[in-house]
Design a protein around this ligand. Sequence first.
Ligand code: AMP
Ligand code: ZN
Length: 119
Amino acid sequence: MMHDPNCLFCKIIAGQIPSKKVYEDEHIFAFHDIAPWAPVHFLMVPKLHIASMAQLAPEHAALMGHLMTLAPRLALEQGCSPYPDGGYRIVTNTGSEAGQVVHHLHVHVMGGPRPWLKG
Ligand code: AMP
Ligand code: ZN
């Protein structure tokens, strides 16, 4: 399914629910997490509705490669300090036991000076 009408992140991508946009292109949307754990905390999502990493198929390789290679650039643009003394954490929760609450694949990018609220 391209979009799930009941999906929170599909609604954010479509602009039906407001968000603080970090980045957008044809395939990827990125926005600030509403409850940040760290001074920098944004989410990157494919515009295509994929429920989680568990649904990935070989046809998604280019999309996910694009997302992961974009993450370091956006992290620096959002204020994370450079590797190796700075850096950022990239996390994808997959399934309820892992803490996934929103079932539209998303990558958390967290960074900035310590202390963090969590993590
Ligand atoms: P996860 O637990 O990995 O599914 O992460 C879902 C994330 O989405 C959490 O960190 C939430 O704070 C975040 N979140 C939930 N609703 C919104 C929203 N409307 N705008 C931005 N982030 C959100
Ligand atoms: Zn969705």
